[in-house]
Design a protein around this ligand. Structure first.
Ligand SMILES: C[S@@+](CC[C@H](N)C(=O)[O-])C[C@H]1O[C@@H](n2cnc3c(N)ncnc32)[C@H](O)[C@@H]1O
Length: 234
């Protein structure tokens, strides 16, 4: 767990588009500081491609923070394969009510995540490991929501993420243009892995010029299914 410190002072926030003010509110200066850290070090650290620097807000920060629309208040959230901190860091900035764990397997990226969260004074947990490792499943379990962007095909993502969720918890997989195709292709594997039928949702309609398309899969709530069966048997 990182300890909160003062965030760096706001930098030319002219770079932040109007939607950022609405979505980050009083935390906008932290979001600007994060965008600046990414712009300054993201390419050399191999976290983002060189062409991404000029579209950091639209394609990365706003596209990430907007999935908060699907996350209930005070939820326990795991960002599986956080990498540069997306979507977990924008969510942590805008939603201090959430309890967020950034899960990442690569040591260099874990160092980056620790550096950024310390610099921004974010109260998040950074964990190094692979989601499918037994020790990680023990440590990072019972989450309400797992979010993931650009990590793995949907079927694999469900294998990795469903064991980290409480029964009834949800995977929110940021898939963009491939959402419908992946949901149809991997439907059976998702159900076999213990998920519900995948459903598609759009986040940021009427707010962002390019809403984020996600696939949502809930971990089947076995307790509730058992209760329903018992009631029917009576
Ligand atoms: C392509 S990057 C995307 C990073 C970030 N989510 C983004 O959208 O910019 C995928 C990240 O997931 C991590 N990763 C891949 N498989 C993983 C696993 N099974 N458990 C934890 N992290 C994983 C990789 O190390 C990498 O940093």
């Amino acid at each position: 767990m990182t300890s909160p410190t003062h965030p760096p002072s706001p930098t030319p926030s002219g770079v932040a588009p109007p939607a950022a003010e609405a979505l980050f509110g009083v935390e906008l200066s932290r979001a600007v500081a994060y965008a600046e850290l990414l712009a300054e070090h993201g390419v050399e650290r191999g976290l983002i491609g060189p062409r991404e620097v000029e579209r950091l807000w639209d394609r990365h920060l706003l596209n990430s923070v907007i999935v908060g629309e699907l996350i209930p208040r005070a939820a326990r959230v795991v960002d599986l394969g956080s990498g540069a901190g997306l979507p977990g860091i924008p969510l942590a900035i805008a939603r201090p009510d959430l309890s967020i764990t950034l899960l990442e397997s690569m040591a260099r990226r874990v160092e980056w995540l620790e550096h950024v969260t310390r610099t921004l004074g974010l109260d998040v947990t950074v964990v190094r490991g692979r989601a499918e490792e037994p020790a990680i499943k023990r440590r990072v379990s019972g989450a309400d929501v797992v979010v993931a962007r650009a990590v793995a095909p949907l079927a694999k993502l469900c294998e990795w993420s469903l064991p980290l969720l409480r029964h009834g918890g949800s995977l929110v997989a940021m898939k963009g243009a491939s959402a419908a195709e992946e949901a149809a292709r991997d439907r059976q594997a998702v159900v076999r892995a213990g998920g519900t039928e995948p459903r598609i949702a759009s986040c940021g309609v009427g707010v962002l010029s390019d809403p984020a398309t996600v696939v949502v899969v809930d971990r089947v709530d076995r307790d509730s299914a058992r209760r329903t069966r018992t009631r029917k048997d009576r």
